[in-house]
Design a protein around this ligand. Sequence first.
Ligand code: UTP
Length: 289
Amino acid sequence: MRIRKAVIPAAGFGTRFLPFTKAVPKELIPVIDKPTIQYVVEEAVAAGIEDILIIVSTGKQAIQDHFNPVFDLEQRLEESGKIAELEAIRKISSLANLHYVYQRELLGLGHAVLQAKPFIGDEPFAILLGDTVTTSDNAPVTKQLCDAFDTVQSPVVAMETVPMEKVSRYGVIGGTEERPGLYRVHEFVEKPSPAEAPSNLVVASRYVFTPEIFDYLEKTPRGKGGEIQITDAMKMMLADYPMYGRRIDGRRHDIGNKLEFVKSTIEFALKRDDLRDDVKVFIKELIGE
Ligand code: UTP
């Protein structure tokens, strides 16, 4: 079955990016001139997804504003002949069918995803974290997951390789590689020490699930920090259903992390024709070469 729907959790407080996130959703942190969540929506659309549910909370109205049309602005751009800008603005409000639901209490990522149950109904769907951009020289990462789902017809999580000494920050996957880059998952281990980790493959902010995940999320007790952890639901589901991990061809950029934000901004600038040369000169001057 083709993946037609996606869920983008974007309700969290974003405490790692305070004070900026006091009044502005972290999903609107820009990488150059585009908010993080616009990259995320574009990634879903590039995977052929048409209907997207964004999970929001109080204080996140600006996310909806970003995707809604602003007719006065469009008129002004048209009158002043700023056609490229006009097209860019119009494109945002016609990217996909966007829907919104409120997560009333911020009880974690698992709880955020659970808010999507009525919207998803009885079909497989993708989850893309709203604060994380991915890049790839080949197919967009969500497309890679959807293709893997086509092959195995079972849940698939994106996996990324990290240095062994960093595994304790992530959900780590133990599995067997059945096809190049596609692993049958045996276990999910949350934030293990390097000695305990079954591998250095970690869950990387994109997922494709079958609707059964909701049954497990409903049964998941509050875990660490009083939150409903999606990994706990995935562990329970793994006991009953086959699950897979796709080692992504590409990279993720966790923009809600300050260092990652800075690195991504530089990296994206160096890829842009309008910025590359000036940024290179600036960096050389800055480091005194
Ligand atoms: P994070 O754990 O990175 O978000 O969740 P957070 O809690 O906002 O971050 P910090 O640690 O306090 O800085 C990843 C994604 O899941 C969403 C977030 O908005 C983010 O896009 N999320 C998280 C929810 O929608 N609801 C939640 O209860 C928690």
